[in-house]
Design a protein. Structure first.
Length: 531
């Protein structure tokens, strides 16, 4: 008998069809991956298995977990199954954890809810489980004291504390750097073998799918369009949508040639220290060095990538370049002008730089229309454009990113994730800056939308002399969209050079470890359908 058996699952919310005849089978010890674009129905399928459907949802068909029909089981019984027979790991661990409770208490809570045991025993088992998932920190620490990868391990420990038969992982590695992602995937694979449980992996990262899954289910518009064992599907795809997904995963853009030009941004010997708590009341205050004598140049119209693990100093460096955070040593100049006038930002320089953030929705005010959102940088200008000039600038910025002038009168919630990122790029372009910083600008997008946004950036480079610093943990994206790449570790640039040279022949051991940790898609002859 299958561990998880889904047959003819259909789901509608307020008379709107969401899922159509979903079928899936999973055995113990098996890893099944569901992949597809945003809105394909992946997460709703997972929530259906957990019995966590939104209010107003109507599900029909059959979902059987080890012989128990989920759709006909009362809510009280489902509450006993959640955490006990089935567990779930969510995409963003910080929102899944309680910020005012220690990590040990949160793992122990799962044990105390489902088993009659003492608090001391539950906390000891929680500590043991944290060690089992590779988290060698005190259970008395709070979520905000941990890194993203460590928080994800806490969530995994909570989900498997009672050794469930089925573990559902919904985009568990999307926001993690490559080495942390590799460790989390190795951990999940080991747990499946050790506990003989089934793992249902929800992801849009097809390289992850190829590396870990035994079986792949491809979904589009709430339907399963193709399903097969991993090796068979990768090399014998039959559905055009599957071929398009895999083609988008290896999508390469066409950048214009970049002849050597004078430096635009110069970072010379930059140092940044942060104060740490004193070990004793009258003792010296220790410091943490986030940036250690960082030096590099970005030429006019040059596209440079910056890669490194979480905590390596990328964000600190970004804030320093933008004039948002002072440095203790060194100098940063743009077109020969210092970014800082003393310890204060030089506003004349700041207006020549813009940034595109990872999550466009959280970087926009949802109460304002697009015309106001993308003109926010105008406040940096000494004489902001008005009336017809302002309208023309808005129309041009939207047109440059592939949107229409009429989109200026809409609200941000009316757009898809890819369209929101286009609006974020329009906001950055509207003041025609000399330098743009892309901070994980495509990491939250599924593969086809990511390919479209990368094509947009490449097209902009053909239209105008665009220089940018592209920060990302996705090495395949950095390789595609940059002329030169820098590798950062512990606040230092350990290697930099031509992008293809660095990826083909890395010199530093850290660079080699990053490249080796990145999941790779096999050569797929059939995945040639353009997106």
């Amino acid at each position: 008998m299958s561990l998880l058996h889904i047959k003819d699952l259909s789901l509608s919310i307020a008379d709107t069809p969401i899922l159509h005849g979903i079928a899936l089978d999973m055995q113990r010890g098996e890893i099944v991956a569901i992949t597809g674009e945003s809105g394909s129905g992946k997460s709703m399928t997972a929530l259906s298995v957990m019995g966590l459907l939104p209010r107003g949802a109507v599900a029909r068909g059959q979902i059987s977990l080890d012989g128990t029909d989920i759709l006909t089981t009362p809510e009280a019984a489902l509450c006993q199954m959640r955490g006990n027979a089935m567990g779930m790991v969510f995409q963003e661990p910080m929102t899944a954890l309680n910020p005012v409770k220690t990590i040990g208490a949160q793992v122990a809570e799962t044990i105390l809810i489902h088993e009659k045991t003492t608090r001391a025993v539950a906390h000891q088992r929680a500590a043991d489980m944290l060690i089992r998932v590779g988290l060698n920190v005190s259970p008395s620490r709070y979520p905000h004291e941990l890194s993203g990868g460590q928080r994800q391990r806490v969530v995994i420990a909570m989900a498997i504390a009672l050794r469930p038969k089925l573990l559902i992982a919904d985009e568990p590695t999307t926001a993690l750097d490559v080495t942390t992602q590799a460790r989390i995937l190795d951990l999940l694979r080991d747990l499946v073998r050790e506990f003989d449980m089934g793992l249902l992996l929800i992801t849009h990262d097809l390289a992850v799918v190829a590396d870990i899954a035994d079986h792949i289910v491809v979904m589009q518009h709430g339907r399963v369009v193709e399903t097969a064992p991993t090796g068979q599907l990768l090399h014998n795809m039959t559905h055009p949508y599957t071929k398009a997904l895999f083609a988008a995963s290896t999508h390469a853009v066409s950048l214009p040639d970049h002849p050597p030009k004078a430096p635009l941004l110069s970072v010379t010997g930059v140092t940044r220290d942060y104060g740490l708590p004193r070990a004793r009341v009258l003792g010296p205050r220790p410091t943490f060095r986030a940036l250690n004598k960082v030096s590099f140049d970005i030429g006019q119209s040059e596209r440079v990538g910056l890669v490194g693990e979480s905590g390596c100093g990328k964000s600190t460096l970004t804030r320093a370049i933008l004039g948002l955070e002072p440095v203790q040593g060194g100098q940063i100049t743009l077109s020969g002008q210092p970014v800082f006038a003393g310890r204060k930002p030089n506003l004349a320089v700041r207006r020549k730089m813009q940034v595109v953030f990872q999550d466009p929705y959280s970087s926009f005010n949802p109460r304002h229309k697009v015309d106001r959102l993308i003109t926010e940088p105008f406040h940096l200008l000494e004489t902001p454009p008005t009336k017809a000039d302002r309208r023309n600038r808005i129309a041009k910025a939207l047109s440059d990113v592939g949107l229409s002038e009429s989109d200026a009168d809409k609200y941000i919630h009316e757009f898809s994730g890819g369209q929101r990122q286009r609006i974020a790029i329009a906001r950055a372009l509207i003041v025609e800056p000399e330098l743009i910083i892309f901070d994980e600008a495509v990491s939250a997008l599924d593969v086809s939308v990511r390919a479209q946004v990368l094509d947009l950036i490449a097209a902009l480079c053909h239209k105008r002399p665009l220089a940018y610093l592209f920060i990302s943990h996705d090495l395949s994206v950095v390789r595609s969209i940059t002329d030169r790449v820098m590798v950062m570790k512990s606040g230092e640039i350990v290697e930099q050079g031509d992008t293809e040279t660095i990826f083909a022949n890395p010199v530093h051991d850290y660079t080699k470890s990053l490249i080796n940790a990145a999941p790779q898609l096999p050569d797929i002859a059939h995945a040639t359908v353009p997106v």
